[in-house]
Write a protein that binds this ligand. Structure first.
Ligand code: SAJ
Length: 432
C-alpha cells in the first residue's frame, strides 16, 4: 500500500486526494487552512463541486484519506497549490516555493515529487529542483521529480479527472514513468510522457489558446456593435464551417486559469508574446465595455437602480476569483448616480448589496445579466415586468430569449448586437 501526501487541498488537490484514496493509496492531505482540514476530516467539503462531497466522504470514512495542517511522510508528494499573478501580472510562485520547502526534511531515497500547479515553463527544473537538491539526495536517481498538470473543468472535475487524457513531464524518463504509474490507478484517459518544461508549456498553451480565441470573439463583438450587425449571428453562422470555432463574446474573462496563465508567457517573453498580451488586454477591456452599455441605457435617469445578476466568473459554480462581474460592480459602485443590487444564488457573504433575486429586481431601471446561472435563465419576464420600474435588460451572455422579454415590453439589449441599437437609433432618426 503506497502512501501519498497532497500539498494543497483546493479545487484540484482535494478531488485528486479523493481519487487516489479510493484507488488504492493511503492519502495524507496537507493544507494551511485549518478550517478546510477540519471540514474534510468530517467527510465534508469547503468548495462547491458536484460529486466531490460524496467522493471525500467515502475516502475519509474508509480511513484512506486524512487531512492535516502539517505535511506527512509519504512515498509520493503531489503539490497542488495556487500560482496566481500579482497586480503587476508577474507570476507569484511563493506557494510552490513554500510547499516544496515544507517537505524537504521528509524526503527519502526513492521518493517522487510531482508538481500539478499551472506554472511558468521551467519552474520544475529551475525553481523546484534547486530546492530539492538541499536534501542531499541525487535528483533523478534517488529523488524523482515530475510535472503533471490537470485540465479539469470546474463543475465537471470528478468526471474529467478520470476521463481526460493527461500529460506527464519528468525531469528524466524514470521520473515520468513513476508519475505515470501513480495516475494510471484512476486515469482512464491516455497518459502521454514528455519532459517537465514541455508539459508546463502545454498546460499554459491550452488556456492561452482559449484566451486568444475569446479575445477574437470580443473584438468581433465590438466591431459588430459599430457595424450594426449581431456578433452572435456571425459566430453561429461562421461556425457552420467545418473547421471554424469562434468562441463566445462576453463581459470579460474570469477564473484563476484563463485570465492568469497567458501572463506567464508574456512575463518570460515580453517582446515575442504580442498576440497573447493583446488578447489579455482585449478581454480585460470587456468589463468597461459592459459598464458603458449600462450607462447608455440609464443616461436619461437621474438616480437609476441597476440590478446586477451574477458575480461568479462562470455559471452554476461559486467561484468569484478574477470574475469580470466584480470589476463591473466596482465601476457601478464608483458612479455616484447609480444604486446597485446584486443577486448571485451561488455566492455567500459578499456584503450588503447581495440580495435575493426579487429584491434585486424591485424598482430596477436596468437589469444587467453578467452570469448565465440556471436560476436566471428561468426568470419569468411577465413576473419581472411587475417588479421593475424601467423595462430594460442587458444580456451579456446571449442566454435569454429576446422574444420572451420583448413581448413583455422589455428593451432587450445583447452584448455585441449592433442590430437592435442601430435599429433603435434608426427608428429614432426616422421619428425626427
Ligand atoms: N468565456 C468567454 N467566452 C467563451 C468561453 C469562456 O467569455 O467562449 C469566459 C467565461 O465566462 C469565464 C472564462 O472565460 O469567465 C473562463 O471560462 P472557461 O470556460 O475557460 O472556464 P475555466 O477557466 O474554469 O476552465 C479552463 C478550461 N481550460 C480550457 O477549456 C482550455 C479547463 O479545462 C482548465 O482545466 C481550467 O481552465 C484550468 O484549471 O486551467
Amino acid at each position: 500500500m503506497k502512501k501519498i501526501c497532497i500539498i494543497g487541498l483546493g479545487y484540484i488537490g482535494l478531488p485528486t486526494a479523493g481519487m487516489l484514496a479510493t484507488n488504492g493509496y493511503i492519502v495524507a492531505g496537507f493544507d494551511i487552512n485549518t478550517e478546510a482540514v477540519n471540514t474534510i476530516n468530517e467527510g465534508r467539503i469547503h468548495i462547491e463541486e458536484p460529486g466531490l462531497e460524496e467522493l471525500v466522504k467515502i475516502a475519509v470514512n474508509s480511513g484512506k484519506l486524512k487531512a492535516y495542517t502539517q505535511p506527512q511522510q509519504a512515498d509520493v508528494y503531489i503539490i497542488a497549490v495556487p500560482t496566481p499573478v500579482r497586480e503587476n501580472k508577474k507570476a507569484c510562485m511563493d506557494y510552490v516555493e513554500a510547499a516544496t520547502n515544507s517537505i524537504l526534511d521528509l524526503l527519502k531515497p526513492g521518493n517522487l515529487v510531482i508538481l500539478e500547479s499551472t506554472s511558468p515553463p521551467a519552474t520544475t527544473t529551475k525553481l523546484m529542483v534547486p530546492l530539492l537538491e538541499r536534501t542531499g539526495l541525487k535528483i533523478g536517481e534517488e529523488l524523482f521529480v515530475a510535472y503533471c498538470p490537470e485540465k479539469v473543468l470546474p463543475g465537471q472535475i470528478i468526471r474529467e479527472l478520470v476521463e481526460n487524457k493527461r500529460i506527464v513531464g519528468g525531469i528524466n524518463q524514470k521520473s515520468a514513468q513513476m508519475a505515470k504509474e501513480v495516475y494510471e490507478t484512476f486515469v482512464k484517459g491516455e497518459i502521454i510522457l514528455t519532459d517537465s518544461t514541455t508539459a508546463e508549456m502545454v498546460k499554459i498553451m491550452e488556456n492561452t489558446y482559449r484566451d486568444v480565441n475569446i479575445a477574437l470573439a470580443n473584438e468581433l463583438a465590438k466591431i459588430s456593435y459599430k457595424l450594426g450587425i449581431n456578433a452572435w449571428e456571425v459566430v453561429k453562422f461562421a461556425n457552420l464551417h467545418p473547421r471554424v470555432n469562434l468562441h463566445s463574446p462576453g463581459p470579460g474573462v474570469g477564473g484563476h486559469c484563463i485570465s492568469v496563465d497567458p501572463w506567464f508567457i508574456v512575463e518570460q517573453n515580453p517582446e515575442l508574446a504580442i498576440l497573447i498580451s493583446h488578447a489579455r488586454e482585449i478581454n480585460d477591456s470587456m468589463p468597461a465595455f459592459t459598464y458603458n452599455m449600462v450607462l447608455e441605457q440609464v443616461k436619461e435617469i437621474a438616480n437609476p437602480k441597476v440590478s446586477v445578476l451574477g458575480l461568479t466568473y462562470k455559471p452554476d459554480i461559486d467561484d468569484i476569483r478574477e470574475s469580470p462581474a466584480i470589476e463591473i460592480v466596482k465601476m457601478l459602485k464608483n458612479n455616484p448616480r447609480i444604486n446597485i443590487s446584486i443577486c448571485d444564488p451561488h455566492v455567500k457573504g459578499f456584503g450588503e448589496n447581495l440580495v435575493e433575486l426579487e429584491l434585486a429586481l424591485k424598482d430596477s431601471d436596468c437589469i444587467l445579466l453578467v452570469v448565465n446561472h440556471k436560476e436566471f435563465a428561468s426568470m419569468n419576464p411577465a413576473e419581472v415586468s411587475q417588479l421593475v420600474k424601467n423595462k430594460v435588460i442587458i444580456d451579456t451572455r446571449n442566454s435569454l430569449n429576446r422574444t420572451d422579454w420583448e413581448s413583455e415590453g422589455f428593451k432587450y439589449v445583447l452584448l455585441g448586437d449592433g442590430k437592435t441599437s442601430h435599429a433603435h437609433m434608426l427608428s429614432h432618426h426616422v421619428q425626427q
